[in-house]
Design a protein around this ligand. Structure first.
Ligand code: PAP
Length: 263
């Protein structure tokens, strides 16, 4: 909370900053990798030079809300070049049932309790909004509404659309970041490279993500790569649980124009 308060009162973005925002487990790791690879295209680097081979994507974009007071991001406070205008925000959202199941797996793994946390309690906690990083729906609707109000400054992406229309979505992301791809063949090749370098299968199999640890949080990097699919909730939630979440989703998103489907 201290870090969050300090962030809210003191952080001044630079005009060319791009802030990545998300509710946990909605595609943050993927989004960081995609943005990194879009920005790295100019370097014309070879695969062996890719820093993602040495670092978990999170190390490239430290989480400001948690670590604002840590040494790693302290320098952001001291940069006189920062002004409070013009920065861009990219938000990634995901359907609530996969988000919940992904979070449940994550905490079961890192907290190492005697047995898995009962899924019924995870559903209860999700539906009541009492969970790490607070209520899911208020978070996502806030970014959705802001993206409608300020489309040039706030881009709203969905995990499911990234899975289903990867080329289109990466082009949209790159244009928003001010690095549009050409519509010619070389542009298609670059989009393909960004997607390949950021892909779940590639990142999961990198040595750094198999056996490395993110020192800042002392978390094994492999906790960020589980299944990487849409609809895995079906293996864990009963039809009753799914129905409860669907009803809540309908209620919370009513009138917003936002849908969070697991198509
Ligand atoms: P975080 O909040 O801890 O950063 P985040 O990256 O937002 O987690 O979400 C993790 C989910 O994204 C995991 O989903 P799953 O549990 O349903 O499998 C993880 O597997 C998935 N993920 C990580 N990297 C990628 C990627 N490159 N492409 C697609 N999905 C990914």
């Amino acid at each position: 909370m201290q870090s969050m308060k300090a962030f809210r009162s003191e952080f001044q973005p630079r005009n060319d900053d791009i802030l990545l925002t998300s509710f946990p487990k909605t595609g943050t790791t993927w989004l960081i990798a995609l943005c990194h690879n879009i920005l790295s295209l100019d370097d014309d680097g070879k695969e062996e030079d890719d820093v993602l081979k040495k670092m978990n994507p999170h190390e490239l974009a430290p989480p400001l809300d948690v670590n604002f007071l840590s040494d790693q991001v302290q320098d952001l406070l001291l940069d006189p070049g920062r002004s409070n205008s013009g920065c861009k925000i990219v938000h990634v959202a995901r359907n609530p049932k996969d988000t919940l199941v992904s979070m449940w797996h994550f905490y079961n793994k890192i907290l190492k309790p005697d047995g898995p946390f009962p899924v019924e309690r995870a559903v209860e906690s999700f539906c009541s909004g009492v969970l790490p990083w607070g209520p899911f729906y208020e978070n996502v609707v806030g970014y959705w509404e802001e993206s409608n109000r300020r489309p040039k400054e706030v881009l709203f992406l969905k995990y499911e659309e990234l899975c289903r229309y990867p080329e289109e979505q990466v082009r949209k992301l790159a244009s928003f970041m001010g690095r549009p791809f050409s519509s010619m063949e070389d542009g298609d090749a670059e989009v393909g490279k960004v997607l390949r370098y950021s892909s779940f299968n590639r990142l999961k199999e990198l040595e750094v993500n198999k056996n490395g640890v993110w020192e800042l949080h002392r978390l094994p990097n492999n906790t960020f790569f589980r299944k990487g699919t849409v609809g895995d909730w079906k293996s864990y939630l009963t039809p009753q649980m799914a129905e409860r979440i669907d009803q809540l989703t309908q209620l919370k998103l009513q009138g917003t124009g936002l849908s969070l489907d697991d198509f």
